[in-house]
Design a binder for this molecule. Structure first.
Ligand SMILES: Nc1ncnc2c1ncn2[C@@H]1O[C@H](COP(=O)(O)OP(=O)(O)OP(=O)(O)O)[C@@H](O)[C@H]1O
Ligand SMILES: [Mg+2]
Length: 282
C-alpha cells in the first residue's frame, strides 16, 4: 500500500490529455480493486463530467466550495470502486466558489479512498496552484509537442512554488514515427517518466460515448497503456519522492527498460526550448 494517496494531474498547456488520464487511470485502478475518487478541480473550465456521463445540473464541487453542500452530496458513483466529484460549468456558480476550501474536500476524500486524482486546470492561475500544493505528488501530462513540453516546465516551477512534489511525467499521444522518445523528454525536464500513452483515435470515440476508454474498448492501444500504468502504479508511486524530499529521484526515470535513445542530445542546457527535434501535431 502506497504512502501517497492524492495525485494532482496537471499540465502547462491545455488539451494534452489530463482529463483523459484522470478518468482512465482512475478507472483502470478501480478495475484492479482499488477504491478511487476523481475530482474536477478545474473550477473555471470544468469538463470531467462529460467524460463519465454525469450531469453538471446536480450538486457539484462548486456547491461544496461555496458552502452549500457536503462532499458526499457532490460525490457520484461511476462503476465499481470509483466515484467522481464533478465541477459545475456555469460562470455564476464559479464566481461564488472559494478554492481555499479544497483542502478540506481533499482531506475528507483521502480518508475514504486509496487513490484520489485531482484533474487540475491548465495554466498558472491561483486555482491551478492550489491543487498542485495539496497533492502528495503531482503528475504532469504533456504531449511530445515542443509547445507542450515547454509549458510543462512552467507547471514544474509552479509546483515548486506551491511547495508541491513533482512526482513524474506522463507523455500522451506518442507516435511511433516520432524521433523523440518520452524518456528523452523526461530527462530533459529532469523528472521521472511514469508512463506514456500512444495517440489513439479511440480516445475521442470514448469521449463521444461518455465512457472511459478502458471500459469502452479495453483492447485499444491507449486503453492497454492506461491499464499497464494502473498495474504498475503502486510500484511507480513508491519510487516517487515525497514533498519533504525524502527520496528525490527527479533525474532518474521511474520506468526503465527503454534504453537510451542514441539520437538524443545529451545536453540539457537551454532547457526544453531546445527540444527542436520534437514532432509537431500537423
Ligand atoms: N492518447 C490520445 N490519443 C488521441 N487523442 C487523445 C489522447 N489523449 C487525449 N486525446 C484527445 O485530446 C483532447 C484533449 O484531451 P483532454 O480533454 O483529456 O485534455 P485536457 O488536458 O484535460 O484538456 P483541458 O486542458 O482542456 O482540460 C480530447 O479530444 C481527447 O480525445
Ligand atoms: Mg480537462
Amino acid at each position: 500500500m502506497s504512502d501517497k494517496t492524492v495525485f494532482a494531474i496537471g499540465s502547462g498547456k491545455g488539451g494534452v490529455g489530463k482529463t483523459t488520464t484522470t478518468v482512465n487511470l482512475g478507472t483502470a485502478l478501480a478495475q484492479t480493486g482499488e477504491r478511487v475518487a476523481i475530482v474536477d478541480t478545474d473550477l473555471g473550465m470544468a469538463n470531467l463530467a462529460g467524460f463519465v456521463s454525469l450531469s453538471t445540473e446536480s450538486t457539484t464541487l462548486h456547491d461544496v466550495l461555496s458552502g452549500n453542500a457536503s462532499v458526499s452530496d457532490a460525490t457520484y458513483p461511476l462503476t465499481d470502486n470509483i466515484v467522481a466529484v464533478p465541477s459545475g460549468t456555469g460562470l455564476e456558480e464559479y464566481a461564488e466558489t472559494s478554492p481555499e476550501g479544497l483542502r478540506d474536500v481533499v482531506d475528507e476524500l483521502r480518508e475514504k479512498f486509496s487513490y484520489v486524482f485531482l484533474d487540475v486546470g491548465a495554466g498558472v492561475s491561483h486555482e491551478t496552484v492550489l491543487p498542485l500544493g495539496l497533492a502528495d505528488a503531482v503528475l504532469v501530462v504533456s504531449t511530445p509537442e515542443p509547445a507542450s513540453v515547454h509549458d510543462t516546465k512552467k507547471t514544474l516551477e509552479l509546483t515548486d512554488h506551491a511547495r508541491g512534489n513533482a512526482g513524474g511525467l506522463i507523455i500522451t499521444r506518442t507516435r511511433s514515427e516520432s524521433n523523440v522518445s518520452p524518456e528523452d523528454i523526461a530527462s530533459r525536464l529532469g523528472i521521472p517518466l511514469v508512463g506514456s500513452i500512444p495517440d489513439d483515435p479511440a480516445v475521442r470515440e470514448s469521449l463521444y460515448a461518455g465512457t472511459p476508454l478502458v471500459v469502452y474498448d479495453s483492447q485499444r492501444p491507449a486503453a492497454v497503456a492506461y491499464k499497464q500504468l494502473a498495474a504498475d502504479f503502486s510500484d511507480i508511486v513508491s519510487e516517487i519522492g515525497t514533498a519533504d524530499g525524502s527520496a528525490d529521484l527527479r533525474s532518474e526515470p521511474a520506468i526503465t527498460g527503454a534504453g537510451p535513445d542514441p539520437d538524443r542530445s545529451t545536453s540539457t542546457e537551454g532547457g526544453p526550448e531546445r527540444v527542436s527535434d520534437t514532432e509537431t501535431d500537423s
